[in-house]
Design a protein around this ligand. Structure first.
Ligand code: ADP
Ligand code: MG
Ligand code: MG
Length: 902
């Protein structure tokens, strides 16, 4: 009895036993072969060995108990069904052994065709094929080639070399010109290559061939290239692959046979129609290998109308069944069509939207499903302009594609020049060794940014991505000489005023102007393309899906905008207010002078005078922003960065002082600046005198800003507009800090606002871990919280972004400590937990507390889903990301069935 109780774990499934939902167990290929079998489509019989068997094999190096017996049993029933035995000398059953993991890993793993052929069965195969010797020997040489390469690691070039030799001996380039004798000779040559490399003869036992091939497919899961690919694509390493054993059908039996691939719609544009390639008299792998030129699938209609019509019927059926674009592999054996593979096909971003829209029109899916099938990353891709590279443009340098898009323009080397030329209506490319915060205006004015240093996380890259501006960084073949206003590359000199083109997706740099096409999707968002009145399938699909997302989402989407122009643009993109208006840029440019006076103030009245001079300037900035955001909330953050960021760098000052002294010039002012910079130097500026701390030690600073905000709001109200300012205090860690600022601010607001009807909210950023943990207390003094997830991430992890991204993130990503950089996508378990705690405890203390997020995470698809789950009221992101956040906020609802923790 005891023996019978240990029922074998099931490791092998006949195609008739599986279905498309079993991808985890059967892999994508196996699950879909089973699905097609059960639909009654012509699939050659076969079975699938599960991923569990692979996992067990990889863990122990041995086939798990029971597997061998199950393979035997399934093979026998396959043989019975086909009326043939594997490798029978008279009438051999041949099979293919095909890998197939849950996620498709193109070209990563292995397949062996024609298993079961040996020196005897090759003769039987020929006889069964009506004496087609050529076909039989061609199949045999393919087996030795694939088996040698895949199973026994014989270098593939050696086989290819032998094949080339056979062809040139025959004076041809076409493998179809090789006759049976040539191929028999080639089999001998291949066998010699095989034994030279393996030290053994090519295995003649069909069962041994099968077993070795199965093992090789298992092992291909851990091949170096597969490991690398999985790491890049973030596919878990422990899934394993399934193995499919499939009865061979032959596309290489003659002109009435062939093989091909097909798509049910165009995977590039999404257009309906017949897309595919066909190759007569060939086996499947020839199509991919490009051995001979394929013909468009349409031509099959002339060659074999019956199979063609049948194929189109099956394609329609598959689309209807999968309710999506399918891609297909098929083979025709002497006029009989066989389906060898199908899956929901990969597609471009544009096709994803177009197809989702079409399927709604066709009634195959509803709008929720359409929303589910597209994503923010695809939408972001569609918002960049593209190069029209129709004639050959040769790149002169290649850097890092730091922020996608395509930009052409006149080269400039300084921010000021960029602003000047942009004002003249020129499109400019700002070229720098690397950028710093002073380049901001130039970056805004420029069409694109090119740097010779720095990676994907450099200032240029990060800022450009935030602005949605094209950027190539770290193009180190370029030698930038700013004082001489030129750069050199590949022996050529490019001067200010010359034109270059940069591709922020590929990192390529071109001399001269490559024509650029604007993104139609952006034109639509900006309101210059009316989706109801143009014939553009993409714009119509985007419009339709965005409208649905807006209808579904619970999260509001605001924007981060510091200027009226940004605010206006974001509003056209659908922003429902400003979640973060930084005030520090209002201290730059020609206002630096005033800020220096403020910082250097010693004599009584000096500081007040500087603040008084700044007040009207700030007020004007706010008025412009309130006007653009008329009726919508605008969160203004009081000044945040350490003040020394507004002063020139220490080294530069030291040099200036030395040079001026040398010349005998008056250096009093320079010396005072230098002394101030020395005094204000901080070891850890990130953790130093900044944010609310500044407001508490520099009298009058926050008061001036609060007054400017309140006065601007009142001015708007007087002008008939509606300003809804929300004053946000940065870097608060204790409620007492906020209370102090609040008390002063409330007095000023009451005084300025009077009976104008303007309402001003006061709230805080939650970006210091202590603030998150004492949110219940802080909420007593705050009408809103805005999570500053950049700082919260830095302080939660205890590292500064500028220092760590280049230093060790690559290693952490490699080791899997991070799945993705926590600055790109919110770390749900740690930093996210702080957000959750603060949201819950803040709301418990003050029901109706407004909650938002204003870090870069506000525009990251995955993070938007998290903020939806936590129950925030809004996310705020850069203008360019607003549509992405709208889309993802809608997707978050359809994916969670509308539930969140509120
Ligand atoms: P991949 O995953 O790389 O596409 P496949 O397992 O699909 O690998 O096989 C490679 C090629 O061999 C494909 O063109 C496929 O159609 C063909 N092929 C696989 N199994 C068979 C079979 N049983 N009969 C005929 N052709 C086959
Ligand atoms: Mg395939
Ligand atoms: Mg911050």
């Amino acid at each position: 009895m005891a023996a019978q109780e240990t029922v074998d774990h099931k490791y092998v499934y006949d195609f008739s036993e599986g279905n498309k939902e079993l991808k985890d167990l059967l892999g994508g290929k196996g699950a879909n072969l089973a699905e097609m079998t059960n639909l009654g489509l012509p699939v050659p019989p076969g079975f699938t060995i599960t991923t569990e068997a692979c996992q067990a094999y990889l863990a122990t190096g041995q086939q798990p108990d029971g597997l061998a017996g199950q393979i035997e049993a399934h093979l026998e029933s396959l043989e019975r069904a086909m009326g043939k035995r594997l490798g029978d000398p008279q009438d051999p059953l041949l099979v293919s052994v095909r890998s197939g993991a849950k996620f498709s890993m193109p070209g990563m793993m292995e397949t062996v065709l024609n298993v079961g052929l040996n020196d005897q069965s090759v003769v039987g195969l020929s006889a069964q094929a009506g004496g087609n010797d050529r076909f039989a020997w061609d199949s045999y040489r393919r087996l030795i080639q694939m088996f040698g390469k895949t199973v026994c690691e014989v270098p593939g070039e050696e086989f290819e070399h032998a094949l080339d030799e056979a062809k040139s001996a025959k004076g041809t380039h076409n493998d179809l010109d090789l006759d049976a004798d040539d191929l028999r000779g080639l089999v001998d040559a291949y066998k010699k290559i095989f034994s030279k490399h393996t030290g053994r003869e090519f295995p003649q036992q069909p069962r041994e061939q099968l077993d070795l091939a199965i093992r090789a497919v298992f092992e291909s899961w851990n091949a170096e290239r597969a490991v690398l690919y999985r790491r890049q694509e973030r596919i878990p390493a422990d899934l394993g692959t399934a193995v499919n054993v499939v009865t061979m059908v032959f596309g290489n039996l003659g002109p009435d046979s062939g093989t091909g691939v097909a798509f049910t719609r165009d995977p590039a544009s999404g257009a309906q129609g017949i897309y595919g390639d066909y190759l007569a008299n060939a086996q499947g792998e020839d199509v991919v290998a490009g051995i001979r030129n394929t013909v468009p699938l349409q031509e099959l209609e002339q060659l074999d109308k019956t199979s063609y019509d049948q194929l189109l019927g099956i394609m329609a059926r598959l689309e209807e069944h999968y309710k999506d674009l399918c891609d297909i592999e098929f083979t025709i054996e002497r006029g009989k069509l066989w389906m060898l593979q199908t899956r929901v096909g990969k597609r471009t971003a544009a096709a994803a939207f177009v197809i989702a829209g079409q399927l709604v029109d066709e009634g195959l899916i509803d709008l929720d499903e359409a929303l589910h099938r597209v994503n923010g990353a695809q939408l972001a891709q569609l918002m960049f302009p593209r190069f029209q590279l129709d004639h050959e443009f040769q790149p002169v340098a290649k850097g890092i594609g730091a922020s996608p898009g395509a930009a052409s323009g006149t080269v400039v080397f300084t921010s000021a020049r960029a602003v000047e030329m942009a004002a003249e209506g020129k499109s400019v490319i700002l070229v720098r060794r690397e950028t710093n915060p002073d380049d901001l205006n130039g970056m805004i004015a420029a069409q694109g940014i090119l740097t010779s240093r720095g990676g994907k996380t450099s200032h240029a890259a990060v800022v450009a991505r935030g602005m949605g501006k094209t950027c190539v960084s770290g193009a180190d073949e370029i030698e930038v000489n700013v004082p001489a206003k030129r750069f050199t590359v590949a022996g050529q000199t490019v001067n200010e005023g010359d034109v270059v083109s940069i591709d922020g997706t590929t990192g390529k740099v071109y001399l001269g102007e490559v024509p650029v096409m604007p993104s139609e999707v952006v034109q639509y968002f900006e309101g210059s393309l009316d989706p109801e009145h143009i014939d553009n399938a993409l714009v119509r699909a985007v419009h339709r899906i965005m409208t649905h997302a807006d209808g579904m989402r619970r999260l509001a989407v605001r924007t981060n905008a510091d200027t009226g122009a940004d605010a206006a643009r974001a509003r056209r993109f659908g922003a429902e207010g400003i979640g973060l208006c930084r005030t520090e840029h209002m201290f730059l440019g020609d206002r630096r002078e005033l800020v220096e006076r403020l910082i250097l103030a010693r004599a009584p009245g000096e500081r007040e005078a500087a603040l008084e001079a700044l007040l009207p300037l700030q007020r004007a900035d706010f008025e412009e922003i309130f006007r653009e955001m008329d009726g919508l909330p605008v969160t203004v953050r009081l000044i945040d960065p350490p003040l020394h960021e507004f002063l020139p760098p220490l080294e530069q000052l030291a040099v200036n002082v030395a040079v001026a002294q040398e010349r005998g010039e008056d250096v009093a002012k320079e010396e005072a600046l230098l002394a101030a910079v020395r005094r204000m130097h901080e070891e850890n500026p990130m953790l130093g005198l900044r944010g609310v701390r500044l407001g508490l030690v520099i009298p009058g600073l926050f008061a001036m800003q609060v007054r400017a905000i309140a006065e601007a709001a009142v001015a708007c109200a007087r002008g008939g507009g509606v300003a809804r300012p929300e004053i946000m205090v940065p870097l608060v860690g204790a409620v007492q800090e906020l209370e102090t600022v609040r008390a002063e601010a409330e007095k000023i607001i009451a005084e300025v606002v009077g009976d104008s009807g303007v309402e001003v909210l006061i709230g805080t950023m939650i970006e210091v871990p202590r603030a998150a943990l004492t949110a219940g207390q802080i909420a007593e003094a705050a009408e809103f919280f805005s999570f500053g997830t950049n700082d919260l991430t830095q302080m939660g992890w205890g590292f500064s972004r500028d220092d760590v991204e280049g230093a060790f993130f690559w290693r952490y990503l490699e080791l899997g400590i991070f799945g993705i950089s926590p600055f790109e996508s919110i770390d749900r378990d740690g930093v996210g937990r702080l957000v959750r705690i603060a949201a819950e405890e803040g709301r418990a203390a003050r029901p109706g507390l407004k909650l938002g997020v204003c870090g870069e995470h506000g525009g990251d698809p995955d993070s938007v889903h998290f903020f939806h789950e936590v129950g925030l009221d809004y996310v705020s992101c850069s203008p360019f990301r607003v549509p992405v956040a709208r889309l993802e906020a809608g997707r978050a609802v359809v994916e969670t069935g509308g539930s969140d923790s509120r």
